[in-house]
Design a protein around this ligand. Structure first.
Ligand code: 13P
Length: 283
């Protein structure tokens, strides 16, 4: 199945796919086996840093082996690609989706750079999904003790979103509607669902709507967002925290140094997170 058809199916079925990050083989296995148990298509992602650790070609080869073994529709996505060079490498390696994050640039420059990414990817392969990003997404995929403050000007503006989609030719739009990367212990993220509704009305059904920062958002807010048309929810921190807790427990319990034994709890913990997320995203 083509990557766009997988997302289209989600759009029509009114559910979202999880986009789960990985940088190690047992996390990838946990994501895919959890999705397989839920009979759900899945998106697996590497950020630039995660891809540098794992290897772009190695990620593509391993994901392909999981496709063959499970028969599951699996999209391999470059998450927050920041340079055209990295995007070229990911496309060459065989990634099926690219997220170009030009949100640090001013509006016109973001449009120009995103369009450049779209034009390049589509010139190589029309079937690869390209996602652009508009709005200022705060945080990083870890635990934060400070209070999260999302400002009105951080949010994606509906009229700009429509213009951005039209001028860049992206397939998917990542937006800021109260979401942030990471888990905030002092201030859970609160989604502005009204804003999502306005963005959707402005861009129409021509583009897939994406929610980053899927950790730390109350499940009822995520469900509300999926009901309003979000088809991809990115998750990283919740899996990282589960992975670490699993490893800590193993290290406390045993003096063993066998990697596959030490990583068993991490594998199980990540698998459980993915299971719960998939069930939330099905609304
Ligand atoms: P979280 O780390 O908050 O889950 O966000 C992940 C993400 O959006 C990756 O692009």
């Amino acid at each position: 199945m083509k990557p766009k058809d997988i997302l289209k199916q989600a759009q029509e079925g009114k559910y979202a796919l999880g986009s789960f990050n990985f940088s190690t083989a047992e996390v990838l296995r946990a994501i895919i086996e959890s999705a397989q148990a839920a009979k759900s298509p899945v998106i697996v992602s590497t950020s630039e840093g995660e891809a540098d650790f794992f290897g772009l070609r190695q990620a593509a080869a391993l994901v392909e082996s999981w496709r063959l073994q499970t028969g599951l529709p699996i999209i391999l996505n470059l998450d927050h690609g920041k340079s055209l060079d990295k995007i070229k490498q990911a496309v060459e390696a065989g990634y099926s989706a690219i997220h170009f994050d030009g949100s640090k640039y001013d509006y016109e420059e973001n449009i120009a750079k995103t369009k450049e990414a779209v034009d390049f990817v589509k010139s190589v392969n029309q079937d690869i999904i390209v996602e652009g990003e508009l709005g200022y997404l705060r945080g990083s995929s870890s635990l934060h003790e400070e209070i999260l403050e999302i400002k009105e000007e951080d949010l994606t503006k509906p009229d700009q979103a429509a213009d951005f989609v039209q001028r860049t030719g992206i397939d998917s739009l990542a937006m800021v509607i109260g979401n942030a990367h990471g888990v905030y212990t002092q201030s859970p993220e609160k989604l502005r669902l009204n804003r999502l509704g306005e963005i959707k009305a402005a861009v129409g059904g021509q583009v897939f709507l994406v929610l980053h920062g899927g950790s730390g958002v109350p499940p009822e807010d995520v469900r509300g967002a999926v009901e309003l048309g979000i088809v991809k929810v990115n998750v990283n921190t919740d899996m990282r925290l589960a992975w670490r807790q699993g490893l800590e427990k193993s290290l406390q319990e045993s003096q063993d140094a066998t990697p596959y034994k030490l990583l068993q709890r991490s594998y199980e913990a990540v698998r459980e997170v993915v299971k719960n997320k998939i069930s939330t995203f099905k609304t």
